[in-house]
Design a protein around this ligand. Sequence first.
Ligand code: HH2
Length: 274
Amino acid sequence: MSSERTAVERRFPRPSVMGVVNVTPDSFSDGGVHFDAGAAEAAARRMLSDGAALVDVGGESTRPGSEGVPLDEELRRVLPVLERLEGLPVSIDTAKAEVARRAVGLGAELVNDVTALRGDGRMAEVVAESGAYVCLMHMQGEPRTMQLAPRYDDVVADVASFLDERLRFAVRAGIPEERICLDPGIGFGKTTEHNFELVRRLPELAALGRPLVVGFSRKSSLGRVLGQRGAKTGPLSASVAAAVSAYERGATILRVHDVREHVEALTVAAAVAG
Ligand code: HH2
């Protein structure tokens, strides 16, 4: 199976939209909305018919301050949804190797690991053996504490060197480079200024040579830049602007909650880019 997978960038050409399906009671922008397996399935199917290239199913919130959920609870949340979506393009948003293993067994094509293979010692092996694609994301600290005091010498240089190191680690663990994409981790241990600087200087991350995933959708920095101090989320209009800006600076996969609006905006941006 492993050698049959085409490169990430051929499977998901620029721009591709990844729709977010949070099967959680507590996600930062849509906690509880898709907590029921039937509601999650319906949302995923709607996202795919609205033009998403794949849907990202997750059973554990990583919002600032969150504690994480036990393995059996995460499996209880995501497996029924993955079963209902078998045969459709799905990624699994998890840091747990066992969740990834079961998800790939049910057809998940991509493992979206916000810990970049650092959270579970078995994750690299599960990805390598399964032949799945993997997204390696940057995070400073851990969700419980990451927003307390994010600090960098140069946020873009620090994120680039982290992603480069994780890319090499993944390749050493037997995951072919063409199956790997990278993500700066908007909002994961970053201030509003850090998040915007990462998008502004995205070409420096694209220079690592792997497709970039960017997830700015609804994140609080969007509300804050609009003058809403203490915002927990940002509006759709701002999410679309951030996604288009990221695309224009080299992002390949845009991870979003509101698929139709992003697909429309990105289609126009791609037409302009020619
Ligand atoms: N953001 C979130 C979760 N997973 N994965 C990647 N690769 N990139 C991201 O930016 C990213 C991610 C947070 O958003 P959401 O899933 O809506 O919220 P929560 O973690 O509260 O469930």
